[in-house]
Write a protein that binds this ligand. Sequence first.
Ligand code: AOF
Ligand code: ZN
Length: 363
Amino acid sequence: MLTPQDSEWMAQALRLAERGLYTTSPNPRVGCVLVRDGKVVGEGWHERAGQPHAEVHALREAGEAARGSTAYVTLEPCSHHGRTPPCADALIAAGVSRVVVAVQDPNPQVAGEGIAKLRNAGIAVESGLMEAAARELNIGFFARMTRGTPWVRSKTGMSLDGRTALANGVSQWITGPAARRDVQYWRARSCAVLAGVGTVLADDPQLNVREIETDRQPLRVVLDSKLQTPPSARILEEGNVLIYTAMKDEAKIAALRQAGAAVELLPDGDGQVDLPAMLRDLAQRGINEVLVEAGSTLNGALLRAGLVDELLLYVAPQLLGDAARGIAQLGELTALEQRIDLTWQDVRQVGADLRIVARVKGK
Ligand code: AOF
Ligand code: ZN
């Protein structure tokens, strides 16, 4: 039976898990609290892939006090030998008597086996406490494990009338400094930032995390069907760039590789990059969350293909007028059924702008 105290301890485990927001990738963010006689005897969170899991940190802190305790874990304890040994075994060996789990691990190597292992050892296990919050924290990991593609979040700065740039392309500084700084946090938590070659040619951006401290830079991904990225582009300077193309031009590919980029050929037969194949390839590389920072062409293509899960919109209190560019080229819709339906996930003010997170319905 679950009690209100159980919820409090699980909330604490979730807060611990959140500390891994910027570091655990490709692993999930996981927290663990060990409680005995109403007191915390150990706590931990997963910091980095290859390092101990949340449970192991908590068990180390608790030592002998772990015996007879209840473990609150935001993800089912693992049962497999990955980079580290199974946490289920560690909990059993430490003599933990009850385990409360927020959500089952979607990793097919675990998927219920961790819970089964604990139960077989005579430990009482309850699962599903604060499940929604635990899934939310690892939305990308769940997407990669269950559907084989990352969670795709598309960011745009726009005016109140949904415009991103004047018709002549002038777009700098629609949103304010607070919004731009906020974007850095979304980049930092993402495993990859994706842009189209149009953005690379127009703005020559670096697409790395700046202004805020981070231990880990996301992979920068450029969608470049015709290999137009110049080897001198600033984005190539620090390495850690992957270019997807549809063009088998050996000389250009060699030049980009020479400039430090990885180049992957994924043609769709129409001269474009095969977008679903690109997302599957990113998932295979361990990418959980992708932040798309693209113009209306790529945003439109991704949205029309049903590949965007979430929009991250910064809305500036301005009107840019009819002739200005919109956030996504969707073509002309002739029936309302063709619209893309969204739900508001989060709305708040960031500096002088509004920040809206909207989710595509059904994602
Ligand atoms: C847990 N606690 O804190 C985490 C878990 O390669 P490894 O050994 O790090 O294993 C990674 C997998 O373990 C990962 O895909 C996920 O299924 C699980 N992560 N499990 O019990 C943790 N981070
Ligand atoms: Zn584990």
